[in-house]
Design a protein around this ligand. Structure first.
Ligand SMILES: [Cu+2]
Length: 163
């Protein structure tokens, strides 16, 4: 009986620190993020994107230089983004629908590749590309800010409309 107690005590002693580490004590608890899929707060995407898309920032801030970010975009069926590039790498994970993506300076439907849910791609900074959605499509984009978009043809820029 005494022996069993001793073993139990030893087990508790060796497991103790591990459990403590897992349950708390980290200084960065404030950075912890958990988002349930039905709790995502969607809002209209920034004016830099063609109208119709919705966006949610899950972590970080895509507008801040050097700040890692994770965002999601919900695109309606048939949504199109004309040829553009970004000042930082764009990492895209497709979560729903089919994200159509093409490389080059000009939107061309016949040059696009279908990226279904589960697909991942990285567009290195400055790489010219264009995109579209087949069916309602949700993508997750992560990278390091600032995340901006420059259209090859300035008249494609929704921000230039009405000026
Ligand atoms: Cu892009």
């Amino acid at each position: 009986m005494t022996r069993y107690l001793l073993i139990a005590a030893l087990c508790a002693a060796t497991m103790g620190p591990g459990i403590t580490r897992e349950t708390g004590g980290h200084a960065d608890d404030k950075d912890h993020v958990m988002v349930q899929p039905d709790k995502i707060k969607w809002g209209p995407a920034p004016a830099a994107l063609p109208a119709g898309a919705q966006m949610a920032v899950l972590a970080g801030d895509p507008s801040k230089k050097g700040m890692p970010f994770v965002i999601r975009a919900k695109l309606p069926d048939g949504y199109k983004v004309p040829a553009h590039f970004h000042p930082s790498d764009e990492n895209v994970t497709v979560l729903k629908g089919t994200f159509m993506i093409g490389r080059g300076d000009k939107f061309a439907a016949d040059k696009m590749e279908a990226m279904p849910a589960g697909a991942f791609m990285r567009m290195p900074k400055d790489m010219r590309h264009f995109a579209a959605a087949k069916g309602e499509t949700i993508i997750q984009v992560h990278g390091v800010g600032p995340f901006d978009i420059t259209y090859i043809d300035p008249t494609d820029d929704p921000r230039s409309k009405g000026k």
